[in-house]
Design a protein around this ligand. Structure first.
Ligand code: BGC
Length: 410
């Protein structure tokens, strides 16, 4: 421990200035920027200046391509946002700094949720710093519009479809959706957990088990998905997720379905949540918790040493900072010992749902980004799902064959 303290203190700042570190990320929406400002300030307080390198595109697909290209060119950022099993794949190449010393100092083994440990720790110790835990099976409901329709919040997909049709007949936009593959895939995964439950979801879309993909459950989810694509065909085209959230917040859309980064944006817009916009488990997914987790990886380079990496990690591992960051981001903490005081009621609900789902083995990784399957397979599957959603002439069987082909080749 003493050795670590010495190591951290000996991080040499440039003679009369602040140390400068570069961060590659995809946090560019209003709520994400607000959370990122917390990170900037936290480092600033420790005389480290942050140079953010934002890569547009929620979900991180483009950011991952940029990160790979920069790593290959030998020009990586100091640290980067990353998710899930791909952390270990990056570590296996040998270009990540270990942050095990930081993990030991902050007692991560004792305080992190088991899944935070499992995602961020390799055989040699911690290779990433976990920061956020997001719930993805959330239905965000505009209460002003719902009141006009004089209906309760839907708890089944059948009720949801009825309500969306009713909204449409009254000229209300039913569902705000960003028309990008990872967001459309988010709708699909929500239908899959509703149709088959988490065990089936895990087999079909995480383990990519051929028989589960080629099954009646998946076909049934696809039929619902097709219905959704037909209802939403006149939707906001080519919209980003945060543009969709803007429509929800300004009473132009009844629902949005998706991760609680939406909450971060609603809060940044000054929306009263849950009074104006409420959060409910996506239909037929109560008790389940579809998650993703943002982590930070620290990358080896001539200008960023292991000592510097651990100093930055040490500052960002601070629990008060992690609390402030998550409060703004809309997510919940990755540590089991962080109190939920001062969090939004939707975050408190998410936290309770997460702890319950953990006990009941109903917390599952989302498949929309690299949380569940490797990024290449994930992007290929998302594109196929997106194609099916857009091209109403494509059959369920064709999509199933395409997903199986991807599963076999990975
Ligand atoms: C990340 C979130 C981010 C969201 C939208 C997800 O992949 O985990 O942190 O807010 O994409 O950009």
């Amino acid at each position: 421990m003493k050795k670590l303290a010495l190591m951290l203190c000996s991080f040499l700042l440039p003679a009369q200035g602040q140390a400068n570190v570069e961060f590659l990320h995809w946090w560019t929406s209003m709520g994400e920027t607000r959370a990122l400002d917390e990170l900037k300030q936290q480092l600033n307080q420790h005389k480290i200046q942050l140079s953010p390198s934002p890569v547009l595109g929620g979900g991180g697909d483009t950011a991952m391509t940029v990160l790979q290209a920069r790593a290959l060119a030998g020009n990586p950022p100091s640290f980067a946002q990353l998710e899930g099993p791909s952390i270990k794949a990056w570590d296996a190449i040998g270009i990540l700094h270990s942050v095990d010393a930081t993990g030991e100092k902050h007692q991560w083994d004792q305080t992190l949720y088991p899944l935070s440990k499992q995602i961020n720790k390799s055989r040699t110790g911690y290779v990433a710093l976990p920061l956020t835990l997001h719930r993805l099976n959330w239905l965000w409901v505009n209460h002003v519009l719902l009141q006009q329709l004089d209906r309760p919040v839907p708890s089944t997909w059948e009720e949801m479809f009825e309500l969306m049709a009713l909204a449409q007949s009254k000229g209300i936009h039913p569902l705000a959706v960003g028309e990008q593959p990872w967001q459309i895939a988010q709708l699909f995964e929500n239908l899959v957990i509703a149709t088959g439950g988490v065990t089936f979801y895990n087999q079909a879309l995480v383990q990519l088990d051929k028989e589960s993909i080629d099954s009646e459950e998946l076909r049934s989810a696809l039929r619902q998905f097709r219905r959704l694509s037909l209802i939403n065909s006149a939707s906001l085209q080519d919209t980003r997720w945060d543009t969709a959230t803007k429509a929800l917040a300004s009473d132009q859309a009844l629902f949005q379905l998706g991760g609680d980064w939406i909450l971060g944006d609603l809060l940044a817009r000054g929306i009263d949540v849950p009074k104006h916009i409420g959060c409910y488990p996506a239909p037929e997914s109560d008790g389940m918790f579809l998650y993703n987790m943002d982590s930070l990886i620290f990358m080896k380079s001539k200008s960023f040493s292991a000592t510097q990496a651990n100093q930055v990690a040490d500052i960002l591992a601070d629990k008060e900072f992690q609390t402030r960051f998550n409060q703004k981001k809309g997510s919940i903490p990755v540590h089991a010992d962080i109190e939920m005081n001062g969090f939004n009621p939707c975050q408190v609900k998410a936290h309770q749902a997460f702890e319950l789902a953990l006990r009941q083995d109903k917390a599952v990784p989302s498949m929309i980004d690299s949380m569940a399957v490797n990024p290449v397979a994930q992007q290929a599957i998302n594109s196929e799902i997106f194609r099916f959603y857009r091209d109403k002439s494509l059959s369920e069987d064709r999509l199933i064959q395409r997903i199986i082909a991807i599963a076999i080749s990975h």
